[in-house]
Design a protein around this ligand. Structure first.
Ligand SMILES: C[S@@+](CC[C@H](N)C(=O)[O-])C[C@H]1O[C@@H](n2cnc3c(N)ncnc32)[C@H](O)[C@@H]1O
Length: 375
């Protein structure tokens, strides 16, 4: 998109160069032309990628089951779910409908907040919820900006699916033993990358906090915004949980290619590319989530680690196999749902991190050992 390109060039011309994270912030979140602020379909068949809520309602139904257990563990208090970046609103719709139908007592104590920046997405979410008869007062919309959340303290659970991977990342590299950051500049024709001094103290301290050994020449993406977000989440969460679902792994589990490339990539119409400077505002840019960083930063912010599991583990522990058994050989649906937990589908690459605050030492069904399951 030419207008977005011009605005990024203007920004670079003012400063000489900008950290890659600044470029990614503009490409994805420019208020008018950013990829995530448009009215175009991003998720699903006509978008650029699929997400689990787009695959089947079972995903939301199993999360609803986990939320209901959290509510009981917390003593059946008023319970607010806060979902970050709800896309088309499928996950919210499936969770609220399931709670309404299967857990009436929980439903009476339950409220859902969608945190959404995109005004078009908000309208689509509202229309979807209205179309299935979810009462107006069960769901409300709020925002999250650098100043924090637009609602007060809550008890309940913060929830996100593929929110963290969509936050801008800084790109770090060690060159001849010295830590460098990747910046973006412009030569009059094209964008180009420069490696220079790291742009902030926080970045310098990142690998110390996460206790990682940066290999010579290897690129690492660092998501600084996630630490800030965790501080805001913990600030609002009086008591409860945080469920973060995304692709990625622990710092040692993330697969990094032998040629030194990081995990950064773009999605455009269901294909993957590394042309970060093309199709500006028209393609997604994303990096694997480094969950060790979320655990470390969460702990510093007052969020204890409840557990970490593959999405396959989480869904199987919550009973996805029983649900499949009850599907009367509806092969098409069974194959769709299998994709959610199959290792070559979304089962292994997606992970679930659960953190908690002021709820003792909770034991959750979604994290129980799979050896305890009988089918
Ligand atoms: C990859 S999409 C995931 C959509 C949805 N959760 C799903 O699973 O289909 C990432 C979402 O995070 C949202 N997001 C990023 N920053 C945000 C912010 N500050 N406030 C609200 N949403 C945000 C984006 O707008 C986008 O909708």
């Amino acid at each position: 998109m030419q207008l977005l390109r011009d605005l990024i060039i203007e920004e670079i011309n003012k400063k000489g160069k900008i950290p890659f994270a600044g470029f990614m912030q503009m490409a994805l979140y420019h208020p008018k032309y950013g990829y995530y602020n448009s009215d175009k379909e991003r998720v699903g068949r006509f978008g650029d990628f699929y997400t689990s809520p787009a695959v089947h309602t079972i995903f939301g139904e199993l999360i609803a089951k986990q939320l209901e257990e959290m509510w009981r563990i917390m003593g059946k208090v008023s319970f607010t779910v806060v979902e970050m970046g709800a896309g088309r609103g499928w996950l919210c719709c499936d969770i609220v409908q399931c709670v309404m139908q299967e857990y009436p007592e929980f439903y009476d104590h339950f409220h859902y907040i969608i945190v959404e920046a995109n005004p078009y997405a908000k309208e689509k979410q509202r229309a979807l919820l209205m179309s299935v008869g979810i009462p107006d007062d069960k769901v409300s919309w709020h925002t999250y900006t650098s100043g924090g959340f637009s609602f007060g303290n809550i008890q309940g659970c913060f929830l996100s699916n593929e929110f963290v991977d969509a936050l801008p990342v800084h790109r770090l590299k060690v060159k001849k033993g010295i830590l460098k950051e990747v910046y973006v500049s412009y030569n009059g024709d094209d964008f180009y990358e420069i490696e220079d001094e790291v742009s902030s103290e926080l970045l310098k301290r990142y690998h110390e906090n996460c206790q990682i050994y940066l290999k010579e020449g290897q690129e690492y993406e660092v998501n600084l915004d996630v630490a800030e977000w965790l501080r805001h989440v913990s600030g609002k969460l009086q008591k409860g949980f945080l469920i973060t679902i995304d692709y990625g792994d622990t710092v040692n589990g993330i697969h990094r290619s032998a040629d030194g490339d990081g995990t950064l990539r773009c999605f455009y119409k269901h294909t993957v590319n590394k042309d970060y400077y093309k199709r500006l505002g028209e393609q997604d840019i994303t990096a694997d989530v480094e969950f060790t960083h979320l655990m470390t930063m969460g702990t510093l912010a007052g969020l204890e680690v409840t557990g970490f599991a593959k999405q396959s583990h989480f869904l199987i522990a919550l009973g996805v196999l029983d649900k499949l058994n009850n599907m009367n050989n509806d092969v098409e649906t069974i194959l769709k749902v299998k994709n959610l937990f199959h290792p070559e589908g979304m089962g292994d690459i997606f992970k679930v991190l659960i953190q908690h605050k002021n709820v003792g030492n909770p034991s959750l069904t979604g994290l129980r050992p799979l050896s305890s399951i009988t089918i």
